[in-house]
Ligand binder design. Structure first.
Ligand SMILES: [Zn+2]
Length: 390
């Protein structure tokens, strides 16, 4: 097993309060880290660093855990740039635009879909993302949902069955029939390729009863639940997530106090997606309200062709700080350890000894620059499972 010593880290974020300054980020000044195979073998102060097979001097650059993007929709064809332009000219965002992506996705070959997924994952990697969740949800037939998940599974084990994204046009007059399909033959075809089940619980998509039926069926088939909830208005999604013990409730833009309390009590992670509010020109959720209540908060991109076509976790960190009231430290934690919590992973999202060696070397002396320098490509090098991948 080869070991690599990364030394000269101007600052090293571990997300482990037992290291460094004892804060939640576990910030080590003038640090070093040893990668043993695919894991972190040692970390601490540069002057205490043990010998290794190879040494890389980072020249004072900051090191942070690789970003964990726990919410994306990468399996699709076409784009919706015209819809974005219309929205910026004043038209509101509705769930209906998804239908045009469904039409394009059904018409695309496996190779075309896989090429888009590969391109977007590469784009994410270059910006420091080392773990990504990918959903289906633009096929909405048995065969198109199953092939979407098979393609997603080539790039990540974190695959999510989202047959209940919207009701497709051919079932517009028979929502119950579509729910039967999603919880029956479509689930049977998709479950072997999925770790998670998800549903878009929103006005214009699926109501509380339908969402409960979809998630419960998925859980009976061995999948774990996550949910799109409370994005476009107040609704039952967050309460449903807490009732069912979902890993995460995503969006959480419109919350009553009872929703915040339920998230805090249940331990369901609130995944905030500030790129969506940015790209739909919508009000941002108040992250500080969730954090003050003790809710675990994650940040993710929601990368998709309709409501948010960014693949950049650094942009989401900058937006969370500027627009949602998070401190830079809270936002970085949410984009790394928070994302890992939303995926129920303990091997990623932090840099303790034994963690997977997933990290980003920043072209900056401190993680603060992620929010301080929005739009700037700060990922100098990216390591995943002990290999430099960007
Ligand atoms: Zn989404």
């Amino acid at each position: 097993m080869t070991s690599v010593l990364l030394t000269g880290c101007g600052s090293l974020v571990t997300n482990n309060a037992s290291h460094g300054d004892g804060s939640r980020l576990g910030l080590v000044a003038d640090g070093a880290l040893v990668i043993d195979g695919d894991r972190v073998g040692w970390l601490g102060s540069r002057r205490d660093a043990p010998p290794a097979d190879a040494v890389v001097d980072l020249g004072g650059r900051a090191v942070v855990p690789g970003f964990v993007d726990a919410h994306s929709h990468l399996v699709f064809a076409g784009d919706r740039a015209e819809e974005f332009a219309a929205r910026m000219a004043g038209e509101p965002y509705t769930a209906g635009g998804i239908a045009s992506t469904v039409t394009a996705t059904r018409a695309a070959s496996d190779e075309e879909l896989a090429a888009t997924v590969t391109r977007l994952v590469a784009e994410m990697t270059r910006q420091g993302t080392t773990t990504v969740e990918v959903k289906s949800g633009y096929g909405l037939t048995v065969i198109d949902e199953a092939r979407s998940l098979a393609i997603a599974g080539r790039v990540t084990p974190e695959t999510t069955y989202l047959g209940a994204h919207v009701v497709p046009a051919e079932y517009a007059d028979d929502v119950a029939g579509y729910v039967d399909l999603v919880t029956g033959p479509m689930l049977d075809a998709c479950a072997p390729y999925a770790r998670w089940v998800d549903v878009f619980c929103e006005q214009g998509a699926f109501d509380a009863d339908a969402a409960r039926t979809v998630l419960s069926a998925g859980m009976r088939a061995g999948l774990q639940a996550r949910i799109h909830a409370n994005q476009l208005g107040h609704g039952p999604g967050v309460q449903l997530a807490c009732e069912l013990g979902a890993a995460a409730a995503d969006h959480c833009t419109y919350l009553h106090d009872a929703d915040v309390d339920a998230l805090a009590q249940s331990g369901v992670v609130a995944t905030l997606l500030p790129g969506v509010e940015f790209s739909t020109r919508s009000p941002y959720p108040d992250a500080q309200r969730l954090l003050a209540a003790g809710v675990t908060v994650a940040l993710a991109t929601d990368c998709n062709p309709g409501s948010c076509y960014t693949s950049s976790m650094p942009l989401c960190i900058a937006l969370a700080v500027r627009e949602m009231g998070m401190s830079p430290a809270q936002a970085l934690w949410a984009a790394t350890a928070g994302g890992a919590a939303a995926l129920r992973r303990d091997d990623v999202g932090h840099l303790g000894v034994g963690a997977r060696a997933d990290l980003v070397v920043l072209d900056a002396p401190s993680y603060l620059h992620l929010a301080y320098r929005p739009g700037v490509p700060l990922a100098h090098a990216v390591w995943r499972a002990g290999h430099q991948i960007a």
